[in-house]
Design a protein around this ligand. Structure first.
Ligand code: ASP
Length: 350
């Protein structure tokens, strides 16, 4: 009798476990958006009191124009890759942002551009650094991914590759803007005496008084097929020298995308973003710790990056279309559009 009771109990436990499984399997994944897009145009000491109404309107209008290009592509069933590229190109062609035309100047009074791109479906990526004559660095980064065996090309070699692939080459003077040039002169005047680390930080920010320093651009898109892509494009930091390269072209720091988790594009003081592996850390926290996008971006920016002394932010999008904009600076030029076509454009904290 005892034996029968024992067998029955084991059977009951077994059946219980079996009935539990399907309900877990069928656990509904709640999609916030079937497709969505988020962008940034740089983070930093962007204060309302330093902005004219005209400047604010101009930034907001350009962010809106750019995100609508990508949104239309996604809405019509286009790929997240195409949406990211074309959205970033609108901002690269605008003198407002520190990317493409409007890039900041190096110490030698040249413009050296960095960009990167990642495809969350294949985990393929492409990046370029220190490019001086390619009109669209983001397009070149994507070409590196699709048409070469490499992930990252730099300087002259990247230009030769661009020419071979038929990308638009421009005279370096194409990237000149008076505003950025003046910003370099302001920093150079401040730097005449040797500055320590904190002074340098202050100098970077002072140069931003007229919002001239910030403006790296980035975009993350989720398409109707569930594919996430992320891209970032920048002129780097004003007064950079010795071939300095920031986080923007570093996969895992400036850009990361993985269909299993999320896509991220960063902006801020690149050295800290490289040391923190900001973009990959957000994805890793989601993958290994099962964190939500919001929890992961908050921890990486507000906790880890801030503790290190880094400043800046990210825009991110997860596989279910949840969005996150996290920054520890006064402002971040940013915008989002969801699958219902709801557009949000913001600059300051709230
Ligand atoms: N992250 C860029 C760099 O360090 C600059 C920026 O986003 O403002 O090159």
């Amino acid at each position: 009798m005892k034996k029968v009771f024992f067998i029955l109990s084991v059977l009951l436990i077994f059946v219980g476990c079996e009935t539990e499984k399907p309900s877990l399997k069928n656990k509904k994944i709640v999609k916030t958006n079937d497709f969505a897009i988020v962008i940034h145009g740089g983070a930093g000491t962007i204060l309302k009191k330093n902005m004219t109404v005209e400047t604010e309107t101009a930034y907001k209008a350009k962010l809106e124009e750019a995100i609508k290009v990508g949104h239309a592509i996604l809405k019509n069933g286009g790929t997240s890759t195409e949406a990211v590229m074309q959205t970033i190109q609108v901002m690269e062609e605008s003198p407002l942002f520190n990317a493409g035309k409007g890039a900041v100047f190096t110490h030698e009074e040249t413009n050296e551009l960095d960009a990167s791109f990642m495809d969350g479906k294949t985990l393929n990526a492409g990046a370029v650094a220190g490019v001086t004559n390619v009109k669209s660095p983001i397009e070149l980064a994507i070409k590196v991914m699709t048409d070469s065996d490499h992930v990252m090309l730099s300087g002259k070699g990247a230009s030769i590759f661009a020419k071979e692939k038929g990308l638009e080459i421009v005279d370096p003077s194409y990237f000149y803007t008076e505003r950025r040039f003046k910003s370099l002169q302001r920093i150079k005047n401040k730097n005449k005496t040797e500055l320590d680390h904190d002074d340098k930080k202050a100098a970077f920010y002072d140069a931003d008084i007229k919002n001239a320093k910030f403006g790296t651009v980035g975009c993350v898109a989720l398409d109707k097929n569930g594919n996430i892509a992320a891209g970032t494009s920048t002129g780097g930091m004003t007064n950079k020298r010795w071939g300095r390269i920031g986080d923007a072209p570093i996969i895992g720091s400036g850009t990361y995308a993985n269909n299993k988790t999320c896509g991220v594009s960063s902006t801020g003081w690149g050295e800290y973003f490289i040391r923190s592996q900001v973009a990959y850390d957000i994805s890793a926290q989601m993958e290994y710790q099962n964190k939500s996008l919001k929890a992961a971006t908050t921890d990486v920016i507000q906790n880890k990056l801030t503790k290190l002394g880094g400043t800046g932010g990210v825009v991110a999008l997860d596989k279910n279309g949840n969005m996150s904009f996290e920054f520890n600076t006064a402002g971040m030029y940013r915008a989002s559009m969801d699958d219902k076509g709801i557009l949000i454009v913001k600059i300051y904290k709230e």
